[in-house]
Design a protein around this ligand. Structure first.
Ligand SMILES: Nc1ncnc2c1ncn2[C@@H]1O[C@H](COP(=O)(O)OP(=O)(O)OP(=O)(O)O)[C@@H](O)[C@H]1O
Ligand SMILES: [Mg+2]
Length: 393
């Protein structure tokens, strides 16, 4: 059995929350975020177990692997029962099972109540409203017919309350005609923000209440697919905007009282306001570059926060860009990586492949981090990587 003493770092402080990790750390979800979490945890001698419905999930060969449905009470409860600490890499989890595990004495971080709030964009929006956190104006709608009564609210964005991700579950409505395609499920209508930039701040909080943020990053979305196409760190924004974003992220994590890592996606408006778009209580696409380009990676920071360890230095080591490696349109089947050798010759380039056997159009198959302190060179290299490295069959 692994014995690893979390307390050695500071014996004198009152550490109600610290504990010895003697057992296993369970991850609910076996995707790429879990994979990179395991990669980071190897340095801390952590023994992981993972639950995912897909036998070929990116984590399947890296840890004690269990196949099961994350939304199924019994599967989650049984999986978590012999863990000391349980965390998530995806939000769509059976939270009743998590609550039952907490009652059994298992540490579940982020807490099930936080996951529940974030599972539902409607609850998220009400939380921002109640906590005075700036966000786009919105109206809750119960179904498509209900939505159609709010033509005066256009132009707007119709969002599904639950289970939307990667832009699915989000659609822009500019005209009355667009309202015909409304989601027929509980959701919301949100004012369409004519934003200048989309940025994100990753914040973490440990059980002692220590909070640290990463510097804001800037995201550039694929115009059709609604997936992050490029990310730049640090964001090219004024100090005052960065300070607002940092303050908002800290306020949210404190108000939630959550333990773990929280990614806060925000819009910067043309008038210089910062509005929260959505939050995710786990490592996030907008923090991949921290592995190479910050002193502490988002993955290590998540582990530190859920294990009651001191949080790490989030400083930037190098300016960087991140390019998501998506399955090439028109290619379905066993994946091949064209241009791999070519991009590896470029100084500052680091390729991460997620271990997915099969590709399909726009599937996230990996990402590339490019570190370069020269802004023009960074952009040039990011474009080169984007145009050279392709996932094909
Ligand atoms: N109110 C808004 N005004 C303008 N654009 C918006 C608005 N809400 C969302 N968008 C655009 O749609 C994208 C996806 O929205 P959102 O982040 O809510 O969806 P998601 O599917 O949960 O996202 P993710 O891709 O992070 O999984 C945003 O990143 C932004 O580009
Ligand atoms: Mg989003």
């Amino acid at each position: 059995m692994l014995r690893w003493d979390c307390l050695t770092w500071n014996q004198n402080q009152t550490l109600e929350s610290s504990f010895k990790l003697e057992g296993k750390l369970g991850i609910l979800g076996g995707g790429q975020l879990g994979r990179m979490l395991i990669q980071s945890g190897v340095d801390f001698n952590i023994a992981f177990k993972v639950l995912d419905p897909d036998p070929g999930a990116p984590c399947s060969s890296l840890a004690e692997f269990h196949i099961g449905k994350l939304t199924d009470f019994d599967a989650v409860y049984k999986f978590g029962s012999d863990c000391q600490v349980l965390t998530i890499e995806i939000e769509n989890i059976n939270t009743d099972a998590l609550k039952a595990l907490v009652a059994k004495g298992i540490k579940v971080y982020p807490q099930p109540e936080v996951i529940e709030l974030i599972q539902d964009k409607r609850l998220q929006k009400k939380f921002y409203q109640d906590s005075n956190i700036p966000t786009a104006d919105f109206i809750l709608v119960e179904n498509a017919n209900d939505l159609k009564r709010h033509a005066d609210f256009l132009p707007a964005v119709n969002k599904l309350g639950r289970e939307g991700y990667d832009g699915r579950g989000v659609q822009i409505m500019r005209s009355k005609a667009d309202m015909e395609k409304a989601f027929d499920a509980p959701g919301l209508l949100e004012s369409l923000i004519d934003f200048e930039k989309e940025i994100a701040v990753i914040v973490s909080r440990n059980a002692l209440g220590e909070v640290k943020t990463f510097p804001p990053v800037e995201m550039v979305f694929h115009p059709v697919q609604n997936l992050v196409e490029y990310l730049y760190s640090p964001a090219n924004i004024a100090e005052t905007i960065a300070a607002q974003a940092d303050h908002i992220a800290r306020t949210i994590v404190d108000n939630l009282g959550m333990v773990g890592l929280l990614a806060v996606e925000m819009f910067v408006t043309k008038e210089g306001r910062v509005l929260v778009n959505e939050i995710a209580p786990r490592p996030h696409n907008s923090g991949h570059q921290t592995i190479e380009a910050n002193v502490t990676s988002q993955y290590e920071q998540h582990l530190r926060s859920i294990l009651g360890l001191p949080l790490g230095d989030t400083s930037i080591v190098s300016a960087s860009a991140m390019v998501n490696l998506l399955g090439e349109p028109g290619h379905v089947g066993l994946a091949r990586y064209q241009g791999f050798d070519e991009v590896l010759t470029i100084p500052g380039v680091h390729v991460h492949l997620y271990g997915k056997l099969n590709t399909k159009p726009f599937r996230k198959m990996g990402h590339v981090t490019i570190a370069d302190n020269d802004e023009k060179e960074l952009r040039r290299k990011a474009n080169f990587v984007k145009n050279t490295l392709k996932v094909i069959t």
